[in-house]
Design a binder for this molecule. Structure first.
Ligand SMILES: *Cc1c(COP(=O)(O)O)cnc(C)c1O
Length: 381
């Protein structure tokens, strides 16, 4: 059977889906990728952990994305199967030796680290090839991000300096990278972080072969978040200040920015209790991010032939599992007549959704419906 749906309304009218659906919009991924490539004066490496579905990877590659930030050997195999010409950067600061050796065999040449032992491991796994690019991960403030990612990886400035010098002394070209935290809502955070990275390199007397400003670029959930242009300009200002006429690789690793607009989640209301809606997907499925970033994602009632004119009230969403973590309290505004059997679309949920879905409570794998295409496809999450 072939379908051609452009909207959630069309999906509901035709299919009345009783299972949750991820509505994939590859054209939005292509648009986001083309825009990032147009704006960024360097290499745009998509952060694969955010969404590794083949339909998305293909769309990004079609738009011209060639670089990918990968965090595991599994992501490396996945990307190479879909985009054979991909240039991969293994940016997880802690990696298994055999995984690094396989990655090296598969052509990966960029490896992140934030301590001396990991640099030794990288050397061992890559047969002491001095042509690879070790990249120091420096810790930077994450306090402007909706989802801070600090506390696990990244060394302080003094240690970053020491590691840069150490790698340079061993004969490597060496890069520096950081992450300001996901959904970073202050462009100046990129200025501060790039300043710290460049200062560490200057202290080490090393011109970095790569300055990689990581991810964190915000999705326009509300519309007033800083633009990618502003974040990049802030980073570039710091780089140009510290290293005028910088000739190395300038790279970014957007994840959310490219993936979020490329899907929404369509759910059905199974029961209403006051201002709580029990829906057929939740924290353990596609909506885990709603727990950590409440009241951020746009949400709307999908009633194709009878749009509600009732004023909005504030609702909490509860998922289908029997675990009490499975609540997304928002609050989310929906027309006050929303009821059992209604469909709801949660928008801008292409990032950190299908990759996080579990089979907890025996729920099946995510069903994906590709919109704006001539066919409906089912893809495992
Ligand atoms: C998660 C991650 C990214 C992507 O972050 P977003 O906030 O989704 O853009 C980029 N680089 C690294 C090293 C990451 O861990």
């Amino acid at each position: 059977m072939t379908h051609r749906f452009l909207t959630a309304e069309a999906v509901v009218s035709a299919l009345r889906p009783i299972e949750p659906l991820l509505l994939s919009r590859p054209h939005e991924a292509r648009r986001a990728a083309a825009e990032a490539l147009r704006v960024f004066p360097g290499d745009v490496a998509y952060a694969v952990k955010v969404c590794d579905r083949p339909d998305l990877l293909e769309a990004l590659a079609e738009a011209g994305i060639r670089h990918f930030d990968v965090a595991s050997i599994h992501e490396i195999r996945t990307v190479q199967a879909v985009v054979p010409e991909a240039v991969l950067h293994y940016m997880n600061p802690v990696k298994r030796l055999d995984h690094m050796a396989e990655a090296y065999g598969r052509g990966v040449r960029t490896f992140a680290f934030d301590c001396e032992r990991e640099l030794d491991k990288i050397a061992e796994a890559t047969g002491d090839d001095r042509g690879i690019l070790p990249v120091v991960r420096i810790a930077v403030p994450n306090d402007r991000a909706k989802l801070p990612l600090d506390g696990k990886f990244g060394c302080d400035g003094a240690e970053a300096s020491r590691l840069l010098r150490l790698a340079a002394t061993r004969g490597y070209r060496v890069g520096i990278t950081f992450h300001v935290g996901s959904q970073c809502e202050d462009a100046e955070a990129y200025f501060v972080a790039t300043e710290m990275a460049c200062a560490a390199a200057l202290d080490a007397g090393v011109v970095p072969a790569m300055v990689d400003i990581g991810g964190g670029f915000p999705t326009a959930f509300r519309g007033d978040e800083p633009s990618f242009v502003a974040c990049v300009a802030a980073a570039r200002r710091a780089l140009d200040h510290r290293f005028p006429h910088y000739r190395g690789v300038f790279q970014c690793e957007p994840g959310r920015l490219l993936a979020a607009p490329a899907a929404s989640v369509l759910v059905r209301v199974e029961l209403r209790k006051g201002t709580t809606l029990h829906i057929n997907d939740g924290y353990y499925g596609l909506l885990g991010e709603l727990k950590w970033m409440p009241s951020v994602h746009p949400i709307r009632l999908v009633r194709p032939n009878a749009p509600s004119r009732i004023a909005a009230a504030a609702f909490a969403l509860h998922g289908p599992t029997c675990d009490s973590i499975d609540t997304m309290d928002g609050p989310y505004p929906l027309p006050d007549d929303v009821c059992e059997g209604d469909w709801i679309e949660i928008e801008l949920t292409g990032a950190y959704s299908s990759v996080l879905a579990s089979r907890f409570n025996g729920f099946p794998e995510t069903e994906v419906l590709v919109l704006g295409e001539m066919r409906a496809v089912r893809v495992a999450a």
